[in-house]
Design a protein around this ligand. Structure first.
Ligand SMILES: Nc1ncnc2c1ncn2[C@@H]1O[C@H](COP(=O)(O)OP(=O)(O)O)[C@@H](O)[C@H]1O
Ligand SMILES: [Mg+2]
Length: 405
């Protein structure tokens, strides 16, 4: 019978004595196997990529690449590998930087045997869990995430769903709209540009292994293989999802210019690029709005939402965005509330083009199940309204692109 899986470890330190003494400390630990050691950040990266250890014990100060930078690179290239930092500095800013780089744990130098062993075993356990999760996702998606449509030089339509007011239903509408627009012939992708706390993959009940963060890092060298490798496939429909970064602090790494390149690339591969956004006008959200063929602007019957929508329209009036590029939608509509779509349209000098009824039970259940309501076998009034919205969006962008041609 095979024993419990050993934690495979790499020791990284520029001082030979330190490497040796740690190796000696661990030589009688049955659950830990030291598979190699490295003298610098660069060596550590090469070795980690080659041997895919469970855990790296990492010194901070080293010649060439320091431990924090090496940690970041290793975590990116071998995502399940966990890093335990070893340092004489117990400085909070160091720790913070190391944590942001993806370090799992911290130990003082020189380490105490018990602490060292338990930190390595904990990290090893985590590595095995993450590896198993990744294998599961790969099995689900058959290793690849489905075909990326031919790069046939088509000019896909960017449809940005936006609301200046959080909670108006932007993500609800974006996900249901993307699912409605997608077909085998006219493929759609949904891009989660709500970069910090995006929830598109939650709404669609899929787990993202790779995200837009991985594309941003390679924005200069995008090709179909790279893009295919980061796309998540919505299993029930085949819709592609470009998920938001796994951690909120990575959001700032996705810059406006990255986002512009990504959108440009996706236009060549998909018929519809649906972008979910956050109210905050981050660089990427601004880029998305600037590049949009159509902005689906979501408001509700609340005064605060209408006020913010009015402010947003003033902003677009001052930019190159034409009113024809905006499709105003009233979500969560309740006939008992006196603020009617007509009044809102007059007030904003922009007609409400679609009204989606409020149906809390239906919508929340759909979000919690991770099944977009437009997929329900018996379409409810909300589902019918969103399907009509999808038809309207399709007509609008088709007409606009025909006119442009
Ligand atoms: N048509 C609707 N009727 C009832 N509740 C809705 C409707 N659309 C969205 N909601 C609810 O509003 C909340 C916020 O939705 P969400 O799509 O996350 O908004 P946003 O992305 O704009 O922050 C969710 O709890 C959702 O269930
Ligand atoms: Mg949202």
């Amino acid at each position: 019978m095979p024993g419990p899986e050993k934690t495979r470890l790499i020791i990284v330190d520029d001082v030979a004595d330190t490497r040796e003494s740690i190796r000696r400390m661990l030589q009688f630990e049955p659950a830990i196997e030291v598979i190699g050691s490295a003298r610098s950040g660069r060596e550590a990266i090469d070795l980690a990529v080659q041997s895919r250890p469970d855990v790296v014990l990492m010194d901070i100060n080293m010649p060439d690449i320091d431990g924090i930078t090496a940690t970041e690179t290793i975590r990116r290239q071998s995502p399940f590998t966990q890093v335990v930092m070893l340092s004489v500095q117990s400085d909070a800013s160091y720790m913070r930087r190391a944590m942001l780089a993806g370090a799992r744990d911290f130990l003082p130098k020189p380490p105490v045997l018990d602490e060292l062993v338990s930190a390595i075993l904990r990290a090893g356990q985590m590595a095995r869990e993450e590896r198993a999760k990744a294998a599961e996702t790969a099995a689900l998606t058959g290793g690849v995430t489905g075909p990326l449509p031919g790069m046939n030089g088509q000019s896909g339509q960017v449809i940005v769903v936006y609301s200046p007011k959080g909670g108006a239903g932007t993500t609800t509408l974006a996900t249901n709209l993307a699912v409605s627009l997608h077909s085998k012939e006219q493929r759609a992708v949904i891009v989660d540009a709500s970069l910090q706390y995006g929830d598109v993959s939650v709404f669609l009940n899929e787990q993202a292994k790779n995200t837009i963060y991985d594309l941003a890092l390679r924005a200069e060298e995008l090709d179909p293989d790279v893009v295919r490798s980061v796309m998540v496939t919505h299993q029930p429909t085949g819709l592609h999802i470009l998920a938001c970064p796994p951690r909120p602090e990575s959001a700032v790494e996705v810059r406006g210019e990255h986002f512009a390149r990504i959108l440009e690339f996706l236009r060549q591969a998909y018929t519809y690029i649906v972008v979910d956004t956050s109210p905050f006008l981050s660089e990427p959200v601004q880029v998305a709005l600037d590049q949009a063929n159509l902005i689906v602007l979501v408001t509700t019957q609340e005064i605060a939402a209408i006020k913010s929508t009015s402010q947003f329209l003033n902003l677009t009036d001052d930019s190159d965005i034409a009113r024809e590029q905006i499709l105003l939608v009233m979500n969560k509509h309740d006939r008992k509330i006196a603020i009617t779509p007509e009044k809102v349209g007059e007030n904003l000098r922009q007609p409400v083009s679609a009204v989606i009824p409020a149906d809390e039970r239906q919508v929340i259940t759909s979000i919690n199940r991770g099944v977009p309501f437009v997929l329900d076998p018996k379409p409810s009034p909300v589902a019918r309204a969103v399907k009509e919205l999808a038809d309207l969006v399709r007509d609008r962008v088709t007409a606009a692109s025909a006119e442009a041609a």
